[in-house]
Ligand binder design. Structure first.
Ligand SMILES: [Zn+2]
Length: 212
């Protein structure tokens, strides 16, 4: 019945794939099956690590065209629903982590205001829908120059001290911290440091994509 009504409405208001803009058929949701296959084939072949984090999972390879296109749309194409859909897909294909909550990487108020949304918030919403884990919106970020404009050392210096806890977290908390893309890891490490200072026992990191 659901697909009957969906194909009925699709004829009146056709839906488009959020990645390639082709028309979706009734069984498809947000991404067409070609783009979905490309996403699922772009998994990172090996695990990543970062010194401060208890574990790190970077899901997709940013060096594939399909993922670059999606991440560009996600950040600059006014398409936060990409993050929601990718979060749902990740959670549907991975076991829920043994943590108390999911924490999205914050944007500075200036960046969030100019983009209109924080993609990491939409991403953890998709994860939380499937896993049933709570979301803790506990981090604040000061405005700093965009990381992409900085060299390696400058990125690390810029990330340090940029994050503050805006709410207390329970002492001994175990959390999973989510960002959209891992580059040098400076941002995730700086956020993890803030969470440990605030009393977290375990900070696990995860990102949708990894760029080398
Ligand atoms: Zn598509």
């Amino acid at each position: 019945m659901y697909f009957f009504w969906r194909s009925f409405w699709d004829k009146i208001w056709p839906r488009a794939c959020i990645s390639c803009a082709c028309e979706l058929i009734s069984a498809e949701c947000t991404l067409c099956s070609t783009c979905l296959d490309e996403v699922l084939l772009a998994r990172m072949p090996e695990q990543s690590t970062l010194p401060l984090l208890d574990s790190l999972d970077c899901w997709l390879d940013f060096d594939t065209r399909a993922i670059q296109r999606l991440m560009h749309q996600l950040k600059f194409g006014q398409s936060p629903e990409i993050a929601l859909r990718l979060g749902q897909l990740y959670a549907a294909t991975h076991d829920a982590p043994h943590v108390d909550a999911l924490i999205p990487a914050p944007l500075s108020w200036r960046r969030k205001w100019s983009r209109g949304y924080n993609q990491s918030e939409w991403l953890v919403r998709g994860l939380s829908e499937i896993w049933g884990l709570p979301i803790w919106d506990v981090l604040n970020k000061e405005h700093r120059p965009p990381q992409a404009t900085l060299g390696l050392e400058a990125r690390s210096a810029s990330a340090q001290g940029a994050y503050r806890l805006k709410k207390r977290i329970p002492s001994g908390a175990r959390v999973q911290l989510w960002d959209d893309t891992l580059t040098t890891g400076a941002t995730l490490q700086a956020m993890a440091e803030t969470l440990y200072h605030g009393g977290a026992l375990e900070v696990h990191g995860a990102t949708l994509a990894r760029a080398d």
